[in-house]
Design a protein around this ligand. Structure first.
Ligand SMILES: [Zn+2]
Length: 341
């Protein structure tokens, strides 16, 4: 039990924060104050509503592919009624308020829960990188183990300044490589580069394998919802999928990585991507404790905390965390202040 306490106490150093953010959507954008939770962990079980699209749908072709990525999106849709259940219905019916809808994604997450639309191991149509190319690694002919820095020189990729044998896509330059770079791994001292392409819509060099080899998760950014709660639910889902498919934080990618699109826009433009990955890392760590039989709960001692750890007002907060394993139960009290950023 002491190791769990040590970890939870280490999380106390990450003070809860409040921050004004801009939420982006095609109807309109709005400003909201994001308040984080008592610790970067959501004290509630993962609950998934299974409502898979019919196999006869055009947006569910049933093709099974190995999964190497979890692809994070937001809906870019701020209308209050377009929540997770709404989007699950859109994928299910292939109709978006009367218009035909061809896209699909494995999960959609909102304040109203997590909906499962397409089986994890099937192709879904969310990443904008087509389904013609699978996750592939090509031997670059360059050796080394240092962190690779990729550039494009005379139409060819270079790693840390050394030319490879891999052609860059036509139109690709060092400057228009997407913000997250291209897939490059050093395996037994040799660098390999993934399948890439030039995205004509966003004019960026991007990676393949999003639709085929990714599990797509949409996050709703609706008005009048607790957007931080949606981020935490999504992080809990990602941690579960990482564990289930033996993936690491390296495998968690933005939609941007596969197309150059500014998605998930609200996380990206408010510089919250690394914070989101931290939520995933904490959820993942806590999932490990849960699998060892520890039950970890939060008991609010202030009126502005919910039992799931959400803080609803920027005040001093007091809460207890209890850990139980078998018949052994221990609770500790914590006090903290929400810091405005
Ligand atoms: Zn997206």
């Amino acid at each position: 039990m002491e190791k769990v306490w040590r970890y939870i106490e280490s999380l106390q150093q990450q003070h809860p924060f409040a921050k004004i953010i801009q939420v982006y959507g095609w109807e309109e954008q709005f400003e909201t104050e994001l308040i984080s939770s008592v610790i970067p962990y959501l004290f509630e079980p993962l609950d998934i509503q299974e409502h898979l699209a019919p196999i006869t749908n055009q947006n569910r072709d049933g093709c099974i592919k190995p999964k190497y990525y979890i692809v994070i999106h937001d809906t870019g849709d701020t209308a209050a009624h377009r929540n997770a259940q709404f989007w699950n219905q859109v994928v299910w019916t292939e109709q978006n308020e009367g218009k035909p809808y061809g896209a699909s994604f494995q999960y959609v997450v909102g304040n109203d829960g997590i909906y499962h639309n397409i089986p994890d191991d099937e192709i879904a149509y969310h990443a904008g990188d087509s389904t013609q190319y699978d996750y592939t690694l090509y031997d670059t002919g360059v050796v080394g183990e240092a962190l690779p820095h990729i550039t494009i020189q005379d139409g060819t990729y270079a790693i840390n300044g050394i030319a490879t044998t891999i052609q860059a896509p036509l139109g690709g330059t060092t400057e228009n490589i997407n913000d997250l770079g291209i897939l490059c791994q050093s395996i037994q001292g040799k660098y390999y580069i993934g399948e890439t392409y030039y995205n004509e819509t966003y004019h960026r060099v991007a990676n393949r394998g999003g639709n085929n080899n990714g599990i797509g998760i949409e996050m709703c950014v609706c008005q009048q919802t607790d957007i931080y709660y949606t981020f935490q639910l999504a992080a809990k889902l990602v941690a579960y999928l990482m564990d289930h498919y033996h993936l690491t934080l390296e495998n968690i990618k933005q939609h941007h990585y596969f197309s150059g699109k500014d998605c998930p826009e609200t996380l990206r433009r408010n510089h919250l991507w690394n914070h989101f990955l931290n939520l995933v890392a904490v959820e993942s760590h806590m999932l490990g404790f849960t699998q060892e039989g520890y039950a970890i709960t939060c008991i609010p001692l202030s009126s502005h905390i919910l039992p799931n750890g959400r803080i609803t007002q920027k005040e001093q907060v007091a809460y207890q965390i209890c850990i139980q394993k078998g018949t052994k139960r221990e609770c500790r009290t914590f006090y903290t202040t929400v810091i405005s950023q």
